[in-house]
Write a protein that binds this ligand. Sequence first.
Ligand SMILES: Cc1cc2nc3c(=O)[nH]c(=O)nc-3n(C[C@H](O)[C@H](O)[C@H](O)COP(=O)(O)OP(=O)(O)OC[C@H]3O[C@@H](n4cnc5c(N)ncnc54)[C@H](O)[C@@H]3O)c2cc1C
Length: 457
Amino acid sequence: MAEHPFDLVVLGGGSGGYAAALRAAELGSRVALIEKDKVGGTCLHRGCIPTKAMLHAAEVADSARTAEKFGVLASLEAVDPELLARYRDGVVAKKFKGLEGLVRARGITVVHGEGTLLSSTSVAVGDEVYTGANLVLATGSASRSLPGLELGGRVITSDDALKLDWIPNRVAVLGGGVIGVEFASLWRSFGAEVTIIEALPHLVPNEDETISKGLERAFRRREIDFRLGVRFQGVTQTDDGVTVSLENGDRVEADLLLVAVGRGPVTDGLGFEEAGVELDRGFVVTDARLRASVAGVYAVGDIVPGLQLAHRGFQQGVFVAEEIAGLNPVVVDDALVPRVTYCDPEVASVGLSEAKAAQVHGADAITAYEYSLAGNGKSEILGTNGVVKVVRVNDGPVVGIHLLGARVGELIGEAQLVVGWDAHPEDVAPLVHAHPTQNEALGEALLKLAGKPLHAL
Ligand SMILES: Cc1cc2nc3c(=O)[nH]c(=O)nc-3n(C[C@H](O)[C@H](O)[C@H](O)COP(=O)(O)OP(=O)(O)OC[C@H]3O[C@@H](n4cnc5c(N)ncnc54)[C@H](O)[C@@H]3O)c2cc1C
């Protein structure tokens, strides 16, 4: 076996791994980045970017459909799966090219192949061994299923959904979390009849209940069917479609069943445990500074328990590179990671829900305020409704912001600064918002909590 010495070896070239590699190289390390598929990982090739391109196409379809309302005469003829794929894949290809160029420009050695840990300082790829004083594990996640639910044929994952070369007429979606509602939303916009099945009492069950209920109202208006608080029992498929049975006796007929019940870590059979890396249900156990249980080994991204989001992975990657370089970076706090779900209407949040804030601080110690987008000029122009909900500690900081409405994902930047900097509503109330913007709605909620509402009572 030929040995190749580096300062840092990164296993997995997705959001977490490539961010660690880029920052470490910038800080002067010699870095090997081992990737069995394509640098960019799930987010670029099978996740964030292609799905958001599809959701943008969905928005264009809805705009064409509703154009007359805005005084523009247009109509939606059809959604062409081939052209849609060309647009989506073109976006991904361009970003991939840019990323590859960046990795090359930073002098990172990309090793193409499947790596397995040999020890806490070495990774084997075929007959080659890559050694480093430090290792970063970043092998990411893959779609999960339920016990007894076999994937294949018309029972598909999000990876398969992105490869479909036709638009289904009827789809069942198992799971009302982020991935489930995003696909439900885009397929509905493309004209499909959609049914979501969710065992918990609400869609996007990790969000504040006000937002979940608001999304349910909006989906009802869009005629997206959903069955809540009911468990999946089984599915049968024929050449023409699937029949999904639920524990309450209901049946849902569809062309496809999308299984969106979460993603599990990719750590099996990669030599992690043999090298002394402790796992918990497949996830790598780390401390807050992302150190695994063996000295010199770190883990980032979806294999670390917590939010499975690309920007969390990026930040963890940067953190680890800086930690190794002795820069004592600030720990990545999951509680401050912004979350956006890009269905229509969008959902965005940061910090604590009202229920969680009440648990942490006591129900009497917090105040929650909801400002309806009905009072916001720009939202009226766009024809969207929704809500901005702000949760504060009384005489204290804002601890949670929750948004629902078209385009509100773009408001999360301001929301995260307010929550991340422990701002009191009184601190930010004097800051002026441009008019007419949707940011004003957040401003109005903060003004109200500071005791001086302008366009609210
Ligand atoms: C449909 C969908 C939509 C999503 N949308 C969003 C979104 O809008 N916003 C958001 O923030 N997040 C989104 N995500 C989540 C996001 O994609 C992940 O959180 C992110 O990609 C995790 O990064 P990672 O580096 O941990 O893992 P990954 O991106 O999964 O990368 C891991 C990499 O490691 C490689 N690898 C694995 N094992 C080995 C091995 N043994 N040897 C070599 N290479 C290996 C894999 O090929 C892969 O490239 C979405 C996910 C999905 C599935």
